[in-house]
Design a protein around this ligand. Structure first.
Ligand SMILES: Nc1ncnc2c1ncn2[C@@H]1O[C@H](COP(=O)(O)OP(=O)(O)OP(=O)(O)O)[C@@H](O)[C@H]1O
Length: 278
């Protein structure tokens, strides 16, 4: 679907993402006394840290001291039980969330699947393909050349001429497939995929996995968040395992999944709740 511009091998070891001691903290307002009052809001602005508690601001420390280096040509799986910080870390790599401590360096523009190509439900699939392409920095000519391939890849028209209907008429699976197809039409420096493979049916999943392998060959780095250990095995050669916001393991896919499956109690039981510790 996309041009093969240049081939790279992981052996060249060109870093694309460096996370150095990253901490990410969410602040949730209105969880206690003073909720919504003007004084509480003013407090939050003026005396942030000390006032946070008094103003009912709860801190959720979602990612703790995470460091890794990702290289060009790698496909890296992000695994961990529910709430372990995978999506949060992905958003921070995409530049959509600030880090509390530490730094994230990226080479090139990271694209979080589905966000960079934010689709509009009142516009037709066709318009969204074109706008999404422009939003990702493709030229009109490139979009024209790849339009047909994007639509075919998405499979949106398999059951009728849906691409000319507004996106609000699509099922959530169809919308997710179109988002993936648009995002995957471009060769990304760093492509961040969050559970997208879980949305389509089996044949679409197969196509997306093949496309991720292709994107890897064409130089980019791919991050994939998934609860399907099979998808991770089929797509990734390296895995980062996050648990309670901490990087518990970083290594070859098989090595990490073996430990992870022992922890979660078997293959693809990964969505289980982590054991609570005090
Ligand atoms: N917008 C938010 N505001 C406050 N806390 C949040 C927010 N988003 C996530 N969190 C918290 O941050 C932690 C990490 O959440 P995150 O969504 O990154 O986990 P995850 O590993 O992607 O989970 P899942 O596998 O369930 O998708 C959780 O404790 C969650 O409750």
């Amino acid at each position: 679907m996309a041009d093969a511009t240049h081939e790279n091998s992981a052996s060249e070891k060109i870093p694309t993402v460096i996370a150095d001691g990253v901490d990410i903290v969410y602040r949730v307002n209105g969880t206690g006394a003073g909720r919504g009052s003007a004084t509480a809001a003013l407090n939050r602005i003026v005396r942030r840290r000390t006032a946070e508690k008094a103003a009912g601001v709860r801190r959720v420390h979602a990612v703790r001291n995470v460091s890794f280096v990702a290289y060009r040509g790698e496909a890296i799986g992000l695994i961990g039980t529910n709430g372990s910080g995978k999506s949060t870390l992905l958003k921070a790599v995409a530049g959509l969330l600030p880090v509390e401590h530490g730094r994230i360096y990226t080479d090139g523009q990271p694209s979080l699947l589905g966000v960079n190509a934010a689709l509009m439900s009142d516009l037709t699939g066709e318009r969204n393909v074109r706008l999404g392409g422009l939003a990702m920095g493709m030229s009109r000519e490139q979009i024209r050349d790849r339009y047909q391939a994007i639509v075919e890849f998405s499979g949106i028209n398999d059951k009728g001429d849906f691409i000319t209907l507004p996106m609000r008429t699509y099922s959530s699976g169809m919308a997710a497939r179109l988002r993936f197809s648009i995002a995957a039409a471009k060769d990304h420096d760093v492509l961040l995929v969050d559970e997208a493979l879980a949305t389509g049916d089996r044949s679409f999943q197969k196509r997306s996995e093949a496309r991720i392998r292709e994107l890897r060959r064409h130089a980019g780095t791919v991050f994939l968040v998934s609860h399907s250990n099979k998808s991770i095995r089929d797509t990734c050669d390296r895995v980062l395992w996050l648990e309670r916001g901490e990087l518990r393991m970083d290594g070859r896919t098989e090595e990490v999944l073996k430990e992870y499956e022992a922890f979660t109690g078997g293959p693809d039981r990964a969505a289980a709740e982590p054991a609570r510790k005090g």
